[in-house]
Design a protein around this ligand. Structure first.
Ligand code: GLN
Length: 275
């Protein structure tokens, strides 16, 4: 079959966008490039793979799980149903940390990524700044496996730790601690495709959605230096609550929130107090 025939077939089963994404990934091209190779003949093995993926996509699985990967900060990350699908906002979180690191003259920094999932945050930082010493922590063994595979594929030398937040993390000071913890409350309305497919462990933060911030911030002090930098993704209505946790647990530090590109309050940063 040709590329064009495959697209026509895919479109008869699933959305045109998804059909093109599935095929483009199999052919290792950008979806837009498909238009330039419409007459190319595709070997049977790929045709069969494509049809299998179309069937999977029909079951309303997130397209990233069907493809098995997602692009994050310019790199392909493997994903499966054991990890949260990395989001666009999280690229913004990483961007903020990148800006912070760029300003540091000494880049031999110790970084901790709490709740690493697929490893997207910690591994991206390591890729961009090879001199960092990065530790990725997750409570899910299955998630850590995915993060390890991503590290291997990207040839990155980092540490992994199976731990419920700090429970197994040895006490030593970190320069940067970053986390995109689960922060939804069970009553929050979310897209059924997310709710039905992504791991609840990666989505929900207890009754009020804030329990992970509490658990992290309550225990974080021994892991900090005077000038450590903390960066968290938060839910858009959680600003006041998370700032109150900083007042409660990290009096010597300054917490502030930042909007994402859509103007929603989505990030919490903690730094040394201004003199
Ligand atoms: N750190 C991962 C991400 O940002 C996983 C986050 C999570 O599972 N809550 O995608």
């Amino acid at each position: 079959m040709t590329v064009e025939e495959l697209i026509v077939y895919g479109k008869s089963q699933i959305s045109s966008m998804h059909a093109k994404m599935l095929l483009a990934d199999l052919l290792s091209v950008n979806p837009l490039e498909l238009l330039t190779i419409l007459d190319n003949k595709i070997e049977n093995e790929i045709v069969e793979d494509y049809k299998r993926r179309v069937e999977a996509a029909k079951k309303n699985l997130p397209i990233q799980y069907v493809i098995g990967s997602v692009n994050f900060y310019g790199e392909k990350f493997l994903v499966n149903e054991n990890v949260l699908i990395p989001r666009f906002e999280t690229e913004e979180l990483v961007e903020n940390v990148v800006e912070y690191i760029k300003k540091k003259t000494d880049k031999n920094l110790k970084v901790l990524d709490l709740g690493c999932g697929s490893g997207n945050i910690g591994l991206t930082l390591k890729r961009l700044f090879p001199s960092l010493s990065v530790t990725l922590v997750d409570v899910s063994e299955e998630a850590l496996k995915v993060a390890m595979e991503n590290a291997k594929k990207q040839n990155l030398d980092v540490n992994f730790l199976l731990s419920d937040w700090f429970s197994k993390v040895e006490i030593e000071p970190y320069d940067i601690i970053v986390s995109n913890p689960p922060y939804l409350s069970p009553t929050e309305e979310i897209d059924p495709i997310v709710k039905d497919n992504e791991p609840s462990l990666a989505l929900y933060g207890g009754e009020d959605g804030l329990s992970c911030y509490r658990a992290i911030l309550k225990n974080i002090k021994p892991y900090l230096k005077e000038d450590s930098f903390l960066a968290f993704e938060i839910g858009e209505k959680q600003k006041d609550a998370v700032l109150s946790f900083i007042d409660e647990y990290l009096k010597d530090f300054r917490g502030y929130c930042k909007d994402d590109l859509q103007g929603r309050n989505r990030f919490l940063f903690v730094t040394k107090k201004l003199d």
